[in-house]
Design a protein around this ligand. Structure first.
Ligand code: URA
Length: 434
């Protein structure tokens, strides 16, 4: 078999065999197939697509390109959650302790932010001392001991995806539904997930800009899960405005802490309760969604979820004093609130622009490995559909530089559109694909 023939087959819109896909993934992972052939192949897939069977073969080949975590001795059903990435999405910080507090051990491997979308690991590292680089052995023993782990992907899980993703990022081949589906699902399978909730974001602050694309991606991921003997539920959720109010690492940790204490913005609370209820049902802790939801609300109200979050922070070396008193978390030098200059209905709080403005303040990176400033970011004080009066707050900017503060105010101002006409609030979820 030759790599060039496999590229030609895909270029000519043929369906690749399982053997061809495995040969290509193995060759690329080992370095026998060079980057230029892999990028040409990825472009052929982006342009000509793949069948569900090809995508499942690709997913399994990438999942088996490294170690597969076996959690069967630690948990009855290994649960996972994944978001396709968005602005202000701090749900993992809340959902993980909620699930664990329901009596279902929950260990999750998360990623860093790239571009305008944030990453759980960067948020967690706002907590001084918090370690995200656990080995597989540490991951398993912490899951066994305290029932909760949030860490980075350990060394040798789905290395083919790591290599492909880095290449796709710089060759214009990220937005391909089969490539995204196989990338996400290969990591989930390699990290031992048996049942998962996939939060597929739709809107200007997400990879999937339309509901149709999000549906396609969701159906494909559910089909891959089923074909590989796993269960997945996809929640298609809105990402046209930030989720919750805070965007930026420490600011998002503070908001997550608020939620775990029973406060926080309604959209974020509802999103987390709904996601966790599905996980509780997949984990067979309750028979139906209504009972699962009741349990989740109970562990939020009675403080068990907060206690789980504290255990997590202590176990991973974080300074617990900073979450007990979030005033001790990193804080920016400038915190300026901008008020509305007119009355009107909020028509838009453009998620992508806010995400980009937050990166420009230093909260995210434009290149892998860039340092980030955990203290900076944006807090939006309004949601689409609200009626605002002149003089009421629209947003606050937290910055460590005066120049960036000025630029941030300009950019975020452009993200807000007010209208004289009534505007409907945005839905939180569009639909569920099971
Ligand atoms: N997230 C992933 O893990 N992979 C993709 O290809 C896109 C989003």
């Amino acid at each position: 078999m030759k790599a060039v023939d496999i590229i030609i087959h895909k270029r000519d819109k043929e369906t690749l065999s399982k053997d061809e896909i495995e040969f290509f993934v193995k060759g690329f992972t080992s370095g026998d197939i060079p980057d230029y052939q892999a990028s040409s192949w990825a472009m052929a897939v982006l342009l000509n697509g793949m069948s569900d069977r090809e995508t499942t073969d690709l997913t399994l080949a990438m999942a088996h390109s490294g170690e597969i975590l076996d959690l069967s001795g630690v948990v009855k059903i290994s649960l996972d959650k994944h978001s396709t990435g968005g602005v202000g999405d701090k749900t993992s910080l809340i959902v993980a302790p909620l699930v664990a507090a329901c009596g279902l051990p929950f260990g999750k491997m998360s990623g860093r932010g790239l571009g305008f979308s944030g990453g759980t690991l960067d948020k967690l590292e706002s907590i001084p001392g918090f370690r995200v680089d656990l080995s597989s052995a540490e991951f398993i023993s912490q899951l066994r001991d305290i029932g909760i782990v949030l860490s980075g992907q350990s060394g040798n899980l789905a290395p083919a995806d790591g290599k492909f993703y880095a290449l796709r990022d710089v060759t214009g081949t990220v937005p391909s539904i089969p490539l995204i589906a196989s990338s996400i699902m290969s990591k989930k399978i390699a990290s031992g997930a048996q049942a998962m909730v996939l939060d597929v974001k739709v809107g200007n602050g997400a990879f999937m800009q339309t509901l149709e694309e999000a549906r396609k991606l969701s159906r494909l991921m559910v089909s891959i899960a089923n074909l590989s003997g796993r269960k997945a539920v996809c929640l298609l959720s809105d990402m046209n405005q930030p989720l919750g109010n805070a965007v930026g690492n420490a600011l998002e940790v503070i908001e997550a802490i608020d939620v775990l204490h029973g406060g926080g913005p309604n959209d974020l609370v509802e999103h987390c309760l709904a996601t966790t209820a599905y996980l509780v049902m997949l984990g067979k802790k309750r028979k139906n969604l209504a009972e699962a939801r009741q349990l989740v609300e109970d562990v939020l109200r009675n403080g068990k979820a907060w206690e789980m979050f504290r255990k997590l922070v202590i176990a991973q070396g974080g300074d617990v004093a900073t979450i007990d008193d979030p005033d001790l978390l990193p804080k920016a030098n400038f915190n300026v609130t901008i008020n509305s200059t007119a009355n009107g209905y909020v028509k838009m709080v453009h998620a992508r622009r806010i995400g980009e403005a937050s990166v420009d303040l230093g909260a995210g990176r434009t290149q892998k490995g860039d340092p980030i400033d955990h203290a900076v970011g944006i807090v939006v004080h309004q949601k689409v559909g609200n009626y605002v009066l002149e003089g009421e707050p629209l947003f606050s900017i937290h910055s460590n530089s005066e120049a960036r503060l000025e630029d941030g105010i300009k950019s975020v101002n452009k993200a807000f559109i007010l209208s004289k006409d009534v505007c409907d609030p945005l839905p939180l979820f569009y639909e569920i694909v099971e």
